[in-house]
Write a protein that binds this ligand. Structure first.
Ligand code: FEO
Length: 408
């Protein structure tokens, strides 16, 4: 855990968390940081506290103590977003400081009541509203609803140019002593970029339209530092805003020249054809991400699928339907609106098919609009002719993916 001065009178307090599932579902192999900010004008404000994830706010209080800040003396609490990774400390804080003035959106005010039964000293703010902390720190608020909860807003300090963006422009991945993106080596940045995609696709993807609007709104501020609630800070604001814009655009379908191959097998019959396809893909120069389900988590598959223009699915039929882990994975891709992909499916069946019918239902239910090549299904083990058909379709898919890049 760390305290870092990031601008005049402005400090970041951060703690890393690992070995937990974000929102109880999303794995984070590189962990995540929780970032809080303190602005010490003539009056002091805390922006987006954190709870240490487990509801214990001691870490935050320890960091305040190292700064010689008495929690009782904090005049303002700015709540950009009420998800408990940012708000779980409020009850404990309120026991110490009953007079703190809270600024948040109307939706956040409602959540503050339903989560913690707190209704006093709350002022709702929205676009154009400001808070004057003195010493030049005029905080401007802008609502960025549905990034990724309806309560979300961002706060901008017009003196320092710091945009406190909470979940927007955040990333998974722990923070080292390097807190700014431009401090990282290319290799370190590669890891972080993957974690940014993981964060976007797992947490924000369902709200991509809202993200696009949020990016456009935030571009209106003369930002010197983007200071999110998770992950690195960005002195090159344009870089992370552009990155978010690109990630949002991947929903339209023509993402990167990349294929995600998601496969599953019960007794190895579909796997025989999977191994054939893996060998074939190795000979091609296109980037491929391969995931077996249920072995790889939804979050990991989503991270790959979000940036991939092409998707190959391989699964057997199971009890007249699709092999359940594959169906669950595709449902989640639908929920997160992984739409408009170029795709191909193959797989084995025993006495009857059924996987295709369920695939069609999932595509329809989530309006995914994937453009499929003709599938290849085989009874039991694949025969030579099946390998040949599958190979042809995989090569065709690669061609289609490449063509879509040219048309972009
Ligand atoms: Fe970082 Fe939506 O909470």
């Amino acid at each position: 855990m760390d305290v870092l001065k990031i601008a005049e009178d402005t400090y970041q307090l951060s703690v890393n968390v690992e070995n937990i599932l974000f929102e109880g579902v999303w794995e984070m192999p590189e962990g995540v940081s929780l970032n809080t900010y303190i602005i010490k004008g003539e009056k002091t404000a805390i922006v987006d506290g954190f709870c240490g994830w487990d509801g214990v706010p001691e870490t935050l209080f320890e960091l305040l103590a190292t700064m010689e800040i008495d929690p009782e003396k904090i005049e303002y609490m700015i709540i950009n977003h009420m998800e408990p990774d940012h708000s779980g400390w409020i009850e404990a804080f309120r026991e110490i400081n009953q007079s703190v003035k809270i600024l948040c959106s109307e939706k956040a005010r409602d959540l503050l009541n339903t989560f913690y039964g707190h209704t006093e000293n709350v002022t709702c703010v929205s676009d154009g509203d400001t808070l004057d902390l003195g010493a030049g720190h005029l905080i401007q608020f802008t609502s960025i609803p549905n990034v990724h909860w309806p309560d979300t807003m961002a706060s901008f300090d017009s003196l320092t140019g710091v945009l406190f963006s909470c979940d927007a422009f955040g990333s998974f991945g722990k923070l080292s002593e390097k807190k700014y993106a431009d401090d990282l080596t290319d290799l370190e940045m590669e890891v972080y970029q993957r974690e940014t995609i993981r964060y976007y696709s797992n947490i924000l993807a369902s709200f991509t339209m809202a993200v696009k609007k949020a990016v456009a709104k935030c571009r209106e501020f003369p930002i010197k530092i983007v200071a999110p609630g998770h992950g690195l800070m960005w002195r090159d604001a344009k870089r992370i805003l552009d990155e978010y814009d690109h990630l949002a655009d991947y929903q339209k379908g023509s993402a990167r020249e990349e294929i995600t191959f998601i496969w599953s097998s019960m007794y190895g019959m579909t796997e025989k054809a999977v191994n054939y396809v893996k060998e074939l893909l190795e000979k091609e120069t296109i980037k491929v991400n391969i995931h077996q389900v249920p072995n790889d988590s939804w979050g990991t598959v989503l991270t790959s699928a979000w940036t991939s223009t092409g998707i190959i699915l391989a699964m057997p039929t199971y009890e007249y339907k699709m092999f359940p882990p594959m169906a669950a994975t595709l449902e989640e891709l639908g929920r997160k609106k992984v739409a408009n992909r170029k795709a191909f499916r193959f797989g084995s069946y025993g006495w009857s098919g059924g996987a295709q019918k369920e695939l069609d239902e999932i595509m329809e239910r989530w309006n995914m609009k994937w453009d499929f090549l003709e599938p290849v299904e085989f009874a039991g083990c694949p025969l030579e002719e099946d390998y040949q058909k599958i190979g042809e379709k995989v090569l065709e898919l690669i061609r289609v993916v490449r063509e879509s890049q040219i048309k972009k």
